[in-house]
Ligand binder design. Sequence first.
Ligand code: HEM
Length: 187
Amino acid sequence: MKRLLIYLVLLVPLAVLSLQILVLEDVVDPIKYIYTVTGVTATVILFFSITISLISKKINFMKYRRLIGLFGFFYAFLHLVNFVVFDAEFDLAFIIEETIDKPFVYLGMIAFFILLFMTLTSTKSLFKKYKKQHQFIYLALILITIHFIMAQKSITILQLGYIAIIFILAYCKLLQKIMKGSTLSSR
Ligand code: HEM
């Protein structure tokens, strides 16, 4: 039941996006809008997935961490599909040019490949083998944050709010790691 609820909640952004673009047709620039919805949703979900352990004493989400992380990848994948299919229209020269010309695009690409690696190695048996490498999620999140900031032509209060939340979460996570480290070393 909880799992079904998580699926439903995480599919809301996709449902709203599809409704607005396909049914209501009230979006002025659909490509830009898809970048925003998929990019921001992926970012929020991925940050939430690393925050779960911070709130796990209050709400037991740890069991669903993999599922939530996979949804983060799913939205990042839709973001890439938007780039390749709708923006570049499969024009390989355009994709290469954009990637070379715009540093924020290749930072996004690197982050995406880290997420792809984590998704492919997220099964129980492979996770055991690649647990250490899964720490690369922090690198991916730093790259995503820089990508997010660099993609803005002008920064709005809302975006500053997102960035502030990202920094607060990173700070809490760091504190948690330091405290975990000191408890282990004092044993
Ligand atoms: C796969 C490689 C990626 C490419 C080619 C790419 C491309 C882009 C482009 C072109 C924009 C600018 C859209 C615009 O304002 O016109 C953008 C924005 C953004 N991207 Fe990516 N991106 C990639 C990976 C990622 C990943 C992995 C994430 C997060 C998980 C992400 C999150 C964002 C966010 C949050 C924005 C800002 C959206 C906005 O405020 O409008 N991107 N991306």
